[in-house]
Design a protein around this ligand. Structure first.
Ligand code: INI
Length: 158
């Protein structure tokens, strides 16, 4: 009897090209997420010349930008980095919800993995916790997930 076939990605993706889409809104937090994402990619062997960083005004603008990047077919994965903080703004539900939905559409429509490093949190404290303090760095996690997915998709369809 043959054994089960197991497929899973690794934290390495030789020659893969990454686009990191970064929103400026709440930049005091988001810059730490970007640093985490860059650090995760380069420490796992991605050349800096294989990374393109694209800055956009806010999280709302991330999905369209990701769509355009995916359509170029120049990137093996996209990492989305931003912070939507409730903090009393009525915008929160709309911006957070549409960012998530938009990115879900892009990843499926283009078949390009998107690491989701957009914080959707209630407070600045929660955002800081997830941007390199006690709850880790969600930018780094998103970058690693994107890398793992590149590796996995290569195994599914070399
Ligand atoms: N953009 C964010 O990235 N985070 C937020 O918390 C946020 N809030 O709360 O409003 C936010 N709004 C701006 C939005 O993303 C657009 O950039 C703006 O509406 C212009 O289109």
């Amino acid at each position: 009897m043959t054994d089960v076939t197991m497929l899973e990605g690794e934290f390495r993706a030789e020659g893969a090209r990454f686009a990191v889409v970064v929103s400026r809104f709440n930049s005091f937090v988001v810059e730490n997420l970007l640093t985490g994402a860059m650090d995760a990619l380069t420490r796992h062997g991605v050349a800096r010349s294989d990374i393109t960083v694209v800055r956009v005004p806010g999280a709302w603008e991330i999905p369209l930008t990701a769509q355009r990047l995916a359509a170029t077919r120049r990137f093996d994965a996209i990492v989305a980095v931003g912070a939507v903080i409730r903090g009393g703004t009525p915008h929160f539900e709309y911006v957070a919800g549409e960012t998530v939905k938009g990115l879900a559409q892009v990843t499926l429509a283009h078949g390009v993995p998107i690491g989701f490093g957009v914080l959707t949190v209630d407070s600045i404290e929660q955002a800081i916790e997830r941007a390199g303090t006690k709850a880790g760095n969600k930018g780094a996690e998103a970058a690693l997930s994107a890398m793992e997915m590149v590796s996995l998709l290569r195994k599914i369809a070399p």
